[in-house]
Design a protein around this ligand. Structure first.
Ligand code: SAM
Length: 210
């Protein structure tokens, strides 16, 4: 057993509901690109520790991370989840409903930049952001998150190491360039105190200062 396996078997309990969601996503031939259970567990902890009430998720897939996030919300808490694919959003909503969380979530379907623009024009603000969608738009998602953030809000982004490609100067895809730009902004933004945890595929975590 390696140290990661030791920690995960001791600290991370994935129940049958979550395990079934992962299996259904795979069974349906959807990409198996949900967060690993240890990241889901940590996301829930961050929502609880920050006493977040309004959470915004960018990238729902089949609702796996959404269940971890919504379970950690207080009784009056709400998850807004942005998803491009309407079939994925429907499945995610079914999964959150099966988990007893259907009334805590709503999905905004379409390109996330358009949804974020709409939320901004509606004057919406959030306590917690989880960015986990198309990589090219990560820099734009960060700008929106900072502008929609309440004071003390938390911003988390998955895949910040992009399987090591952000470190590899020979890797010059648009996605790798966007993630390098995102990490640079995340590290140096005047309104953020931030770090990048080397767990999973790299989890960027920041608090938004006033
Ligand atoms: C990595 S998956 C999300 C996984 C999910 N957070 C989880 O851990 O269970 C990325 C999702 O982002 C969605 N997506 C991709 N491009 C998008 C866009 N421009 N706007 C909104 N969603 C997008 C994909 O359809 C996919 O469902």
């Amino acid at each position: 057993m390696n140290p990661e396996e030791y920690v995960n078997q001791l600290f991370v309990q994935e129940d049958d509901v979550l395990a079934k969601v992962r299996h259904t996503i795979v069974e349906r031939g959807m990409p198996a690109i949900f967060v690993p259970p240890e990241i889901g567990h940590f996301l829930g902890m961050l929502v609880t520790m920050s006493r977040s009430r309004d959470v915004l998720e960018i990238g729902a897939l089949g609702g796996y991370s959404g269940i971890w996030l919504a379970r950690a919300l207080p009784s009056d808490g709400h998850l807004t989840s942005l998803e491009l694919n309407p079939d994925y959003a429907t499945l995610a909503h079914d999964h959150l409903t099966q988990a007893g969380l259907g009334d805590k979530v709503h999905y905004e379907v379409g390109p996330a930049v358009e949804s974020l623009n709409r939320l901004q024009s509606q004057g919406k603000t959030f306590d917690f952001f989880f960015i986990d969608a198309d990589k090219e738009n990560y820099p734009a998602y960060l700008d929106y998150a900072v502008s929609l953030a309440r004071r003390g809000a938390i911003i988390v982004a998955d895949n910040a190491l992009f399987h090591g490609r952000v470190l590899d100067p020979n890797h010059d895809s648009a996605d790798a360039r966007a993630l390098r730009e995102f990490n640079q902004q995340f590290a140096t933004h005047s309104r953020l105190t931030s770090t990048l945890l080397t767990i999973g595929d790299g989890l960027a975590v920041a608090v938004v200062n006033s």
